[in-house]
Design a protein around this ligand. Structure first.
Ligand code: PLP
Length: 477
């Protein structure tokens, strides 16, 4: 028997099948919530000189699966992604099987064509007639690339000479924007203090008038605004900045206008909800994480630029003739316009998923997320002990449990969350709105139904009431 026969026998298919079947069951805990000490004690973490049998490898894989969080479970609400994709799994398997890198057409011919087609398709949905773009390592990376392109547009010699006056360049995002913009400012040499936070409204959407005021103030101080980043789907509240108004401001001041649609990009697929991004066609660049609302395996992030040429201009360097050759296939290479050298294939899983389900199924899926979110919001507003903490725009529902008997609402709600997680009932995250700790429920599992939302709130309310009955010291006055 060859290694190939041994590794690819029915055993691995059974393990995968069992894992998926268990994850589908309401009775399976979402997480074991084990501290590192327990995992280190329970798992065989030895690595030896002589290796191990295939049997021992399978045993380890089963241990790995047993101790992993079941992010495909219908009670997993912890992040801005959840659920499981079978075409995505196939895509990842075939990607590993054909193990290649996206730098040259020569070594990744089909993947290069698929990625190029996906740039056209996703760019078309955003409203870019002839875009450039590529898959990048995530939303944070997309925000960095956008800011780098904007810096180099403002300072034409920055690519080769760097910038000596970074503190004169100013970027604008809302006070709800993702932290990656500050990291990006750090990387591009202007410093995170140069990212100015524009106030947002009660829903979490940027006030365009405040942006304009801040732009004027900045210029009066002799500084140079070079980048505006709007967010389509903010991390905590799920809000959408008004892109139409922001685009008009950016055009008026001739500033690069980027949209961070890492979370909310999926709405481009829904005729009913794409209005939330109205004006996107006027942006200069956008990042859209298909691993979030579209449910593909992590990572699957498409960075797009409206006009061709910016990526090559920003990311190209010399000394690449060992890899990028001057022959007829070389013109199709995606490497020269990339910040990375080697780059994994992220196109196949998205391609297979779009091909199998089709656009209509995706539109229905996005619409279902929104209607389930409205359903969850109604449960919150209809319960006397639940308080909605932010007006809902999309799929994030921020709420908390309240009662006159609770002294410290933050500690109490955190305790409810921890208690549910420790029993494996669900995994839901918390965040802060001002000084208030809020439970952030994010509804993005395409297999979830109303019964799953009911189950979540039953567990939440029962756990909170149980803690109150026990007179939990953290919470009671
Ligand atoms: C609005 C927003 N932008 C960017 C990111 C970062 O994306 P990634 O984790 O793919 O780097 C996130 C992460 O959740 C996000 O919510």
């Amino acid at each position: 028997m060859t290694d190939r026969d041994k590794f690819l026998d029915d055993r691995i298919r059974d393990i995968i099948n069992t894992y998926i079947r268990e994850t589908e069951s309401d009775l399976t805990p979402v997480t074991r919530h084990a501290p590192p000490s327990r995992l280190i004690e329970e798992m065989d973490l030895s690595l030896s000189r002589e290796g191990c049998s295939l049997e021992a490898l399978y045993t380890f894989i089963e241990e790995y699966l047993k101790n992993s969080v079941r992010t495909g479970h219908r009670q997993y609400y912890n992040q801005l992604w959840s659920g499981f994709s079978l075409p995505g799994l196939l895509g990842e398997m075939i990607t590993a099987l054909t193990n290649t890198s996206m730098y040259t057409y020569e070594v990744a011919p089909v993947a290069t064509i698929l990625e190029t087609e996906l740039v056209k398709k996703m760019g078309g949905l955003v409203g870019y007639p002839d875009p450039e773009g590529q898959f990048v390592t995530g939303g944070s990376n997309g925000n960095l690339l956008a800011m780098m392109i904007a810096r180099n547009r403002e300072r034409a010699d920055a690519r080769r000479k760097g910038i000596r006056d970074g503190q004169r360049l100013v970027a604008f995002v809302s006070d709800q924007a993702h932290y990656s913009f500050e990291k990006a400012a750090n990387v591009i040499g202007i410093g995170s203090d140069q990212v100015k936070k524009v106030p947002s409204d009660i829903k979490g959407a940027m006030f365009p008038e405040e942006l304009e005021k801040m732009l004027e103030d900045t210029m009066e101080q002799g500084l140079v605004p070079f980048f505006i980043g709007a967010t389509a789907g903010t991390t905590v509240k799920g809000a959408f900045d008004p892109c139409e108004s922001i685009a008009a401001i950016a055009a008026g001041y001739k500033i690069w206008f980027h949209i961070d649609a890492s979370h909310g990009g999926g709405v481009f697929l829904s005729p009913k909800w794409r209005h939330l991004t109205a004006g996107s066609e006027k942006s200069d660049s956008i990042i859209w994480n298909a691993h979030k609302m579209m449910g593909l395996p992590i990572t699957c992030s498409m960075f797009l630029v409206r006009e061709k040429g910016h990526m090559l201009q920003t990311f190209t360097v010399s000394g690449t003739d060992y890899i990028f050759h001057d022959h007829e296939l070389g013109v199709h290479d995606l490497g020269p316009q990339s910040l990375q050298c080697g780059r994994r294939v992220d196109a196949l899983k998205l391609w297979l998923s779009l091909k199998y389900y089709g656009d209509d199924a995706y539109a229905a899926r996005i619409e279902k997320f929104f209607s389930l979110s409205a359903y969850a919001e109604n449960i919150v507003t209809g319960h006397s002990n639940l308080e909605l903490m932010a007006e809902r725009t999309s799929v994030n529902i921020c709420f908390r449990y309240t009662s006159p008997h609770i002294r410290d609402l933050n500690a109490f709600n955190k305790k409810v969350r921890e208690e549910m997680a420790s029993r494996g009932l669900n995994l839901v995250n918390y965040a802060f709105i001002g000084c208030d700790l809020v439970i952030r429920l994010v509804l993005l599992n395409h297999e979830a139904e109303k019964a799953d939302i009911d189950r979540f709130f039953d567990n939440f309310i029962r756990t909170a009431e149980g803690l109150l009955e026990k007179g939990d010291k953290r919470g009671l006055s």
